[in-house]
Each structure stands twice: as C-alpha cells, then as structure tokens.
Design a protein around this ligand. Structure first.
Ligand code: MN
Length: 265
C-alpha cells in the first residue's frame, strides 16, 4: 500500500513538471507551417468523423528526416500547436519527460524508418473500413477519388506475428510487422481494429483517409445493390496516382482546413 502511494506522488509531481512545455511551441526548430498543418489535420479528421476520441496523425520533420511530430495523448479534435511533441524514429518523445503519449505511436516511427517516401501517417478506426478488415470480401476502389487503393490494400492480422494480444500496436516489434505488411502501399487495414494510411504530404495522408472511408461506404452500398460491380481497373488506378492524385487533395484541403479551424479552437 505504501509503495503504491509513493508511485502516485511521483507521477503527480512529474505531471506538474511536464505541464509547462505544452503552452509553448514544441521545438524552436519546428517549422510553424508544418505544425499548423498537423494541428489542422487533427481537427479535419475529427470533423470528418475519421477520428473519434481515438486515432492520431503525424508528420515527418522536413528538416530532420529522423524526427517526426505527433500530438501528446489527447483526443484529436482538441489538439492545438502546444500539444505537438517531437519524436525520434524509435518513438521516444524528445524533451517531453512525463507527458502522456499515444501507446500506438510506434506505428509512426517504424513506418518512417521503412518508408523514406512517407512524410505523413494517419492511424484511425473509421467504421466503414472495419468490415473489410474482418471479411473475405476485399476492399477495392469503386470511386476515382480512391484510386490510390490500386488493386487492393493488405490486411494486417496481429496474431500472425504477435499471437494473442490486446490488439494494440504498442511496441516496436508489432509496428515493424505492420510496416512489413504495408509494404509500399498507401494503406494497410488492421483486422478488427482500423487502418493505417500514409502519404507524401499531410494533405495527401488526410485526403486518402477521408476517401478510403468513403470508398468503403460506397463499396458496401454497391454490394448491397446485388448486381455485378465494375471496380476501377488497376491501370486506371495507377494513372490516377501518377497524375498527382486529385491535385494532392489541395483544393479540398483548403476547404477542410477553413471549416475545421473555424469551428474549433
Ligand atoms: Mn488503434
């Protein structure tokens, strides 16, 4: 009993010590525009119902590819610039001792290690995708806005590498296994859990997250109609991506950002 009480006191003092950095910029070297876009990405994905209280989005540091930015453990719709922390690629928070961080942050660090082309990563539990993570029916592109799906997305089953777990990708081994199943794709479904989506910019990772969820809804509706379905041809999908993928989602990004930042503070 005495031991437990001592632990509580220590944790409480750490949280007091840790409170100060959250009221200031995360790092003097951080690019303010990148941090602003990362805050917007959190708010947008919450507003578009891709995030609920859970989910997270990160961005690689444009000046140091061995670092990335991610919010402290907080509902994404509440994230502000002062909540953004810097991490190394082993997913240790830099200069943020005592601040609670997401248990699944390793997803970000291990994918950044495996994929130098990736500059932003979203992990979420958006609901229309979950059936495709547990069904033998594969997620396939039915809408041109989801051409990045290509000929399909892989499904990560955490049992394959880690056996029976709490299903959270909460250590480096589990995250490396996820990155391996992702391979060079845009997204990986996670059985009974959610999805991880990558992009070469924050707007692309956010746009893909929104349109992957929409595609899942549309595909489910098309299946419910009962007829034969004509999916995007893989060659069409490749051409969409090669053509810049909906302009990098930038036209939509401007609107999403304006709406999300106007209705939240
Ligand atoms: Mn999760």
């Amino acid at each position: 009993m005495n031991g437990a009480a001592v632990v509580v006191v220590i944790c409480a003092s750490l949280s007091v010590v840790a409170a100060a950095p959250q009221t200031t910029a995360p790092d003097a070297r951080a690019d303010p525009a990148l941090i602003a876009d990362l805050v917007a990405a959190n708010r947008i994905l919450a507003q578009e119902n891709i995030f609920d209280g859970f989910g997270h989005v990160s961005a690689r540091d444009g000046r140091n590819p061995n670092r990335y930015y991610l919010a402290r453990s907080l509902a994404p719709g509440l994230v502000a610039a002062g909540d953004i922390l810097e991490f190394d690629l082993d997913s240790n928070a830099v200069n943020a001792k005592g601040i609670a961080v997401y248990s699944e942050r390793f997803i970000h660090g291990e994918i950044y290690k495996a994929r130098p082309d990736v500059k932003a990563i979203v992990h979420n539990h958006s609901p229309a995708l979950i059936p495709f993570s547990v069904s033998s029916v594969p997620l396939r592109p039915v809408s041109h806005t989801a051409g990045f799906i290509g000929d399909g997305v892989p499904v990560f089953d955490i049992r394959t590498s880690a056996g029976v777990t709490d299903m959270l990708v909460s250590n480096p081994d589990r995250a490396r296994a996820l990155a391996t199943v992702l391979g060079m794709r845009a997204a990986v479904l996670m059985r009974g859990h959610g999805v991880t989506i990558v992009g070469s910019s924050i707007p692309i990772a956010v746009g893909r997250s929104i349109y992957l969820e929409r595609n899942a809804t549309l595909q489910t509706q098309a299946i419910a109609l009962g007829g034969d379905i004509t999916y995007l041809d893989p060659a069409e999908a490749r051409q969409i991506v090669a053509g810049g993928e909906n302009g990098g989602y930038l036209r939509a990004w401007d609107l999403w950002k304006l709406k999300a930042m106007a209705t939240t503070k």
